[in-house]
Design a protein around this ligand. Structure first.
Ligand SMILES: NC(=O)c1ccc[n+]([C@@H]2O[C@H](COP(=O)([O-])OP(=O)(O)OC[C@H]3O[C@@H](n4cnc5c(N)ncnc54)[C@H](OP(=O)(O)O)[C@@H]3O)[C@@H](O)[C@H]2O)c1
Length: 289
């Protein structure tokens, strides 16, 4: 009998993090249909391993309905710090349901019920829409992505300094998004993660003093840990955000400064069946690249 290859519609298939889901799905035999916003995105998605691409927009429900037609699963990630992020996610949940999609994986955020941060609160309506749908949902609650360090890395190499806008002793739970992508692909191609909500963290909640020790080891020379003003940090690392998005990000950093970010690594290892990728490994890869 011929094996069924599920078709999975992937939001963010050309993006810096959700793009990592595409090769994981392809590796598991899924046919990836990338949801892209324009023709340029189509080529980029195919180059990244998508079998097909459909032009649609999370703000355009009719386009989402067409994009989801015939798909077995949907992978969704909300565009960061958008005022209508929740609406966009709910649009996609509705479209998936109307199109008769079976599985829906939502890459949400760790501590989504932390309502004082807009980028956490915006996940709750999407999760609620899934609870109220007939979709076989899986909710992923990842910690801070290792991949955020890519923006800071050139400065670390150039100046021998790792500076962020919160204290050097602040402890942050982090995760390699490649591991999150693997969990998403498992959820979309197997049944064992159906109806689950999973906190996804790598082991260790390292502070910046410990991170510069890893960077120093990887580079073979010392790296200093510093705290800088948010505006100077944004100038240095140039995150891909406008002024309004940067303001919301500054609130996340203010929260980190006071409380850090908690997270637990038990679930990720249990799902993967192997130890999660570590921050030291990731920094080693950055140094080698
Ligand atoms: N950064 C972290 O440490 C972290 C940790 C936990 C959770 N999160 C959450 O992860 C999510 C993604 O973060 P990110 O920085 O990767 O976001 P992002 O790059 O801004 O957005 C993800 C993708 O959404 C697509 N997109 C944007 N607007 C769209 C629209 N109108 N229609 C269709 N697609 C659209 C983008 O596609 P294009 O390629 O076409 O632009 C992009 O690939 C956020 O919800 C954030 O809260 C982040």
């Amino acid at each position: 009998m011929e094996e069924h290859r599920p078709t999975v519609l992937v939001v963010g298939a050309t993006g810096r993090v959700a793009g990592l889901v595409v090769p994981e799905l392809a590796r598991r035999g899924a046919t990836v249909r990338a949801l892209v916003r324009d023709e340029r995105g189509r080529q980029k998605a195919v180059d990244n391993g998508a079998a097909e691409a459909v032009v649609a927009d999370l703000r355009d429900p009719a386009s989402l309905r067409r994009a989801a037609e015939g798909a077995d699963g949907v992978f969704h990630i909300g565009p960061a710090f958008q005022p209508d992020e929740a609406r966009m996610g709910c649009n996609l949940v509705a479209a998936a349901q109307e199109a008769g999609v079976r599985k829906f994986v939502f890459s949400s955020v760790i501590q989504p019920t932390h309502g004082t941060l807009a980028n956490h609160a915006s996940k709750v309506p999407v999760e609620t829409a899934l609870f109220e749908s007939e979709l076989e949902y899986t909710l992923l609650h990842p910690a801070n992505f290792f991949q955020n360090l890519r923006g800071a890395w050139p400065g670390i190499v150039r100046d021998g300094v790792f500076a962020e806008p919160y204290p050097v002793d602040t402890r942050i739970a982090r995760v390699d998004y490649r591991d999150v992508a693997e969990v998403a692909a498992i959820a979309l191609t197997e049944d064992r993660l159906a109806y689950g909500s999973f906190e996804l963290c790598a082991p260790g909640r390292f502070n910046r003093r410990e991170i510069v020790a890893m960077a120093g080891e990887a580079l073979g020379r010392p790296v200093a840990a510093r705290e800088i003003d948010f505006d100077d940090w944004a100038e240095l690392t140039r995150p891909p955000y406008d002024a309004r998005q940067l303001l919301l990000l500054s609130k996340v950093h203010a929260h980190y400064a006071t409380h850090g970010l908690g997270g637990n690594a038990l679930v990720l290892e249990a799902i993967l069946g192997r130890p999660p990728r570590t921050l030291a490994q990731y920094i080693g890869e950055l140094a080698a690249s």
